[in-house]
Design a protein around this ligand. Structure first.
Ligand code: OOG
Ligand code: MG
Length: 263
């Protein structure tokens, strides 16, 4: 794809996000959009955000569980970039009207220590962590009806929108990270129930996959990155006024207050 076209699509996606107006997936117009161009659009999109002062603080993996692959109809894991502007504090209210059609999903977050590159093992990932925390990710596709193919979602920075981290745990050796029950509640009622094993068999393997995917693009995972491993269950649409909470044994509950629409 031509440089000017890469720029145009990144501007269109950025504008969709800022104006909260969805657009038709790119592949409806360009059915053979290749993955390299898709990642180039993602890179350009991040450049626009960084030009506005945002800082890259980590990465997210997506479509790493069967539940998500089935929900979205895309069967390949994807990676996107997290910026500081996407992080929401549990104490703040999240206003749904600042997004197009936000959904929420239960995740595990890692904070890595040293830079990682190339082929790494699960053990190497687990030995290179500052902490592990439960997390809620709010995704918001810039495509109408969340209708996308693999290249579209990559171009759209994998529907990244916001995330809230739970209390980090530094001494996690006694917590079964690889098979952790996870429950996402809406106003106290369980809406999704799953386990961290749904995330590529073990959520640390999602970091392994991320480092491999970055390597394939000539990149490394920087030191001190936050990584969201991918949702353990399908995502659920946020509802104004309905608070969402994620419980996982060994961790404090993490919740997000969802504000009602402004008048
Ligand atoms: C793509 C983002 C997927 C996950 O955890 O699987 C994702 C989407 O569902 O719109 O973040
Ligand atoms: Mg996710």
């Amino acid at each position: 794809m031509e440089r000017t076209e890469i720029k145009q699509w990144s501007l269109a996606l950025d504008d969709a996000e800022q104006s909260r107006t969805s657009l038709e997936r790119i592949t409806a117009k360009i059915p053979n959009l290749d993955l390299t161009s898709a990642y180039d659009i993602q890179d350009e999109l991040l450049r626009l955000r960084c030009d506005r002062g945002e800082k890259i603080i980590g990465y997210k993996m997506g479509l790493t569980s069967k539940a998500k692959m089935e929900q979205m109809g895309v069967r390949d894991p994807i990676m996107g970039v997290l910026t500081d502007a996407m992080q929401v504090q549990s104490s703040e209210a999240f206003n749904v009207s600042t997004r197009i059609h936000p959904r929420i999903e239960p995740e595990i977050a890692f904070r890595t220590k040293a830079e990682m590159r190339g082929v790494v093992t699960r053990e190497a990932v687990l030995a290179n962590l500052h902490w592990i925390a439960p997390a809620l990710e709010i995704i918001d596709s810039r495509y109408t009806n969340f209708d996308f193919r693999l290249p579209d979602v990559l171009a759209d920075n994998c529907s990244s929108s916001a995330f809230v981290l739970g209390e980090p745990v530094r001494e996690w050796k006694d917590i079964p990270i690889g098979d952790l029950p996870m429950e996402m509640k809406f106003a106290g009622v369980v809406r999704q129930r799953g386990a961290s094993s749904a995330i590529l068999g073990h959520p640390a393997d999602s970091v392994v996959a991320l480092v491999g995917m970055l390597h394939a693009r000539g990149k490394t995972l920087p030191a001190d990155s936050i990584v969201l491993a991918g949702a353990a269950t399908a995502a659920v649409a946020l509802e104004p006024g309905v608070d969402v909470c994620l419980s996982a044994p060994g961790f404090a509950d993490v919740s997000i207050r969802v504000a009602t629409l402004p008048s």
